[in-house]
Ligand binder design. Sequence first.
Ligand SMILES: [Zn+2]
Length: 254
Amino acid sequence: MTPNLINSQLIGTPLQAWNRSRRLAAVPTTGIEQLLPAGSRAVIVAPHPDDEVLGCGGLMQMLGQQQIPMLLISVTAGTASNMGSHYWTPQRLSIARPLESAQALRRLGLDQSQYKWLHAGYPDTQVNLFEDELSQFLLGYLQPNDVVFTTWRADGHSDHEATARACLAACEQAHVPLREIPIWAWHWADPEDHRIPWDRARKLPLDTWTQARKRHAIQAFASQIHPDPLADLPPVLPACALDRLQQPFELLFV
Ligand SMILES: [Zn+2]
């Protein structure tokens, strides 16, 4: 998710406020069939290990259940998430965060035969410096039957936005559709916010079991959800952030 924007003192827009949003309530629902035409492959491009599960852990379960092929691309290893921590050093995170993602994918019910996974290895917090390179990297893997899912281009985090722009450029060149997913917007946006592209918004409803598996999967991100008592640091993802990302639907901009 993010390192720099998190501040435990700033809890952001609470879930209760989103629950009162008239604009969010009016967003139409969608389904796998609308998001991916028959014969598609889903390409999920995650700036950091956890964005794929936080943003579309429900969608990924449905893809797996329907045996729709998936390519997951982790843009960075998320090594800059725990600034100031003596335990979660960048070196430790470079190993731990991809492992947390692997465990989360298992908890979603996905086994390794259901997806391919690429680790692009770009530096955390610096994706914007490699935007064109990332775009070319993505183009090297895109196929005509792909539908790409990534974070929203105006999500409020540099890596999320740079990744989205790189995906957008690659998708335009490859003539494949891009679906964007807000992660940080849930934190900073107002529930009726005019900056949210409501006309492009769709809700993918998650049933009880899908929500439960997603919640269980998110608990795999130990480096992100627990406080760091050694350095007196709060969790990177506090409970209020998790609340917003564990709703009974996933929001996509199509
Ligand atoms: Zn992220």
